[in-house]
Design a protein around this ligand. Sequence first.
Ligand SMILES: *Cc1c(COP(=O)(O)O)cnc(C)c1O
Length: 394
Amino acid sequence: MSDTRDLFHLPEGIVYLDGNSLGPLPKAASSRIARTVEAEWGERLINGWNEAGWMDQPARLGNRIGRLIGAAPGTVVVGETLTIRIFQCLAAALQLRPDRRVVLSDTGNFPSDLYAAQGLLEALGRGYQLKTVASDAVEDALGPDVAVLMLTEVDYRTGARHDMAHLTRAAQDAGAVVIWDLAHSTGAVPVDLTTCNAEFAAGCTYKYLNAGPGAPAFLYARADISELVQPALAGWLGHAAPFDFTPEFIPAGGATRFRVGTPPVLQMAALDAALDAFEGQDLELLHARACALAERLAEGFLSACPELERLTPSEPAARGSQISFSHPKGYAMVQALIAQGVIGDFRAPDILRFGIAPLYVTEADVDAAITAFGRVIAGQLWDDPAYATHKPVT
Ligand SMILES: *Cc1c(COP(=O)(O)O)cnc(C)c1O
């Protein structure tokens, strides 16, 4: 039994293996949001910005997240969505290599990251090019034309994990600037941005950090780098003195210059409460527990259905905290499992994906999932016309 499980609201009879997509509700978030709504917004009205510390939340919460990813104080700022953060990181990174034209990524990267890059490069014109290669071919594709290496550490489909420190060094040796997307890393695997020395990183807070649907993203800029770049998406709250209302943009110091607009105060209250669950947790141990639970699940699922193809590596250093398989009937199998009370998810074209977050997922959950999957396979429960068409959100 996990001693932190009780910090979360988990509906009766449900095994939740989808915290890699949307973390469950931390009980403390409900009361924190209620307090922010009633005592702060309700009673203090606009004075909340000064009196309740709303304006400082992006930096204060950035520092809290920073402790989970090895980032120095003042280098992480919270707000916006991850797609916007990737756009900002890339725009800033390109300024540091004005003579190079290639942005290198891998084909396993999350489409939104690639779309943001494509949109930015098209807007910039000037011959910029996005080049994507297979995830094991990234190092070989580094060269004198590569301005920026932009990767997601843990592949959202397979759960395979890049060697961040090694690739960062290789890219920097080749003269490139490095951006890491930590969407599936933050709160799931040990990350040490300071040692890794990458220039930029970004991540979201609604996955393993459990801050709720629509919770804000974060951006990391290495301490020596912020001052060298002008934010492309300059907004008033990234200004050194927003309330001077000067017509020209004068960037604030540190990562604060990457703030854009008004922070989502209620979601940040949820994030603040959600982060409490990570106090005193060792990400190294948490990840080791996730790997052990994932192996247990893999063994049970593969013995029920040997036709599943396992996609996630077994070596802990080479993987995140999810376990994924592929199967032509993957979508229907996931739907049938959900009908049995075991929530995982599906990623096109044929991937069954299960997030293992040991703050609340236990061995008993994994065993219940294995039993349910055994029923789905033995009874061919996946073979139901109701599962023939995909829902809008898979
Ligand atoms: C979840 C995820 C996103 C989502 O971006 P939003 O702008 O927050 O919707 C982007 N990139 C990666 C790698 C992700 O895993």
